[in-house]
Write a protein that binds this ligand. Structure first.
Ligand code: FAD
Length: 416
């Protein structure tokens, strides 16, 4: 009996286990998922909690219920991988041997990495919304907010769902208008990037949406520390951004056991081949989802497209054949823009988000980089699709490879 061990039962780990359970013979392969708890969180839902549009109980389910028959769930804190001995060691000492290992332990916000973030203002005037606790506490703070300076802040890249802080700023602007207090709130978007987003065309569209909403953009801001006494963000180049309410995305890092096992980079991300997810050091370790270092967005959509490519490749790999599937970095993401509208972006390693349309049978097409009500409904519908189609590993008419169909090619620079 061969053993496939999947570390992390979140978005990628659940899809990997469920998809491969269908493909691998039960007589030959045992599949085990390890996670430290039994609460699967639908993370895109966290965005809506501070505004009261979603409740915490609506975005969690027991992990066990989401794993197919024939997949074992072990609850425990992963302490270390001994890659030379093909063994995972849990806190408490339990050892789990494996033949093939998939690391899918994602990334987590680490407020402890920025001096002053976890000081006396944490959860008083400094909040995050990347955790269930944080998003819930932020709802109480927003409800009580009576006006002043709201700063929405990204500590450093990469973060999961890099558009989520922008979405938060757009939704906050609409929320204060609804409450009739927009004129009493100054909103500032503070980012380490040179613009509103990583890629030029999207950065221009999203930047002009900040302008239209009178949200100030403070770019190229790399926070060095937070001064709790004066409630100020201070950058390495000594710029200061004061706040009354700070909504920050702390540094996102992979799990500490990755570093302890000598498998990670400086952010505890696992270096892998960007087309196959195979570890650059071990021939029987893969890393999928946010946990790896591939140069595309950290997003549920990427986890989904990755697993599609990986499942086929894995079957070839264990049969001793070369892996023929090649992941192209495909990512797509709905961006809430407030007032019941949203945008969609679709891109990969080589093609930045472009304008145009994203064709999808029955419910599409969706507008790319353009606000529409259909995109907002697409985002809301995604929760159902996540629980009922993606996690169980059912087929979905979304090709893993990015398509240029419907996209507007940018005009070529005239030759001089
Ligand atoms: C606010 C927000 C909004 C988002 N919106 C979108 C969106 O609109 N669209 C989109 O595509 N993506 C979105 N995302 C990103 C998406 O949720 C993640 O990219 C996706 O969940 C990554 O899946 P993963 O399996 O890699 O990691 P996760 O789903 O985070 O799973 C990691 C698992 O590993 C477990 N784990 C970690 N360390 C250990 C350890 N030491 N021991 C045991 N278990 C461990 C965790 O408990 C967890 O279950 C959003 C994320 C956030 C935070």
């Amino acid at each position: 009996m061969q053993r496939l061990l999947v570390l992390g039962g979140g978005t990628a780990g659940t899809m990997v286990a469920n998809k491969l359970r269908r493909r691998l013979d039960r007589a030959d392969w045992r599949i085990t998922v390890v996670d430290h708890d039994d609460v699967h969180l639908y993370q895109p839902g966290l965005l809506f909690i501070p505004f009261g549009n979603t409740h915490p109980e609506g975005i969690v389910k027991p992990r066990q219920q989401l794993l197919h028959d024939g997949v074992d769930l072990v609850r425990g804190e992963i302490a270390r991988v001994d890659a030379d001995a093909n063994t995972v060691i849990l806190a408490g000492g339990r050892e789990l041997p494996y033949d093939q290992l998939v690391i899918a332990t994602g990334v987590s916000p680490r407020p402890d990495q920025t001096p002053g973030m976890l000081g006396p203002q944490w959860r008083r005037s400094i909040f995050d919304f990347f955790t269930l606790d944080g998003a819930t506490a932020l709802k109480t703070a927003l409800d009580a907010f009576d006006g002043g300076r709201l700063v929405v802040h990204i500590t450093d890249m990469p973060i999961k769902c890099p558009v989520a802080p922008l979405e938060f700023a757009f939704l906050a602007e609409a929320y204060f208008r609804r409450r009739g207090m927009r004129d009493r709130v100054e909103i500032v978007f503070v980012t380490p990037l040179a613009g509103a987003f990583t890629k030029p065309i999207a950065a221009e569209h999203l930047g002009s949406m900040l302008d239209e909403r009178k949200i100030a953009l403070e770019s190229d801001f790399l926070v060095e520390r937070i001064d709790s006494d004066t409630k100020t963000l201070i950058s390495y180049d000594e710029r200061q951004v004061p706040f009354d309410l700070l909504v920050t995305v702390p540094l996102n890092m992979g799990a500490d056991f990755v570093a302890r096992s000598g498998l990670g980079d400086e952010l505890n991300l696992v270096p892998v081949d960007k087309h196959t997810f195979l570890s650059t050091r071990y021939g029987n370790i893969f890393a999928l989802g946010d946990a790896n270092n591939i140069p595309t967005s950290k997003a549920g959509s990427v986890a989904h497209f990755s697993v599609e490519v990986f499942a086929e490749n894995f079957c070839q790999h264990i049969a001793g054949r070369p892996m023929t599937g090649s992941f192209d970095g495909h990512a797509n993401c709905f961006i809430e823009s407030g007032d019941g509208k949203g945008l969609l972006i679709d891109f990969n390693y080589d093609t930045e988000p472009l304008t145009g349309a994203y064709p999808l049978p029955v419910i599409g097409p969706f507008d790319l980089l353009k606000q529409s009500a259909r995109n907002h409904w697409g985002k809301l519908a995604f929760r159902w699709i996540y629980w009922h189609v993606l996690l169980p590993g059912r087929p979905i008419p979304l090709p893993a490879r990015m398509s240029m169909t419907g996209k507007h090619q940018p005009a070529k620079e005239p030759q001089s």
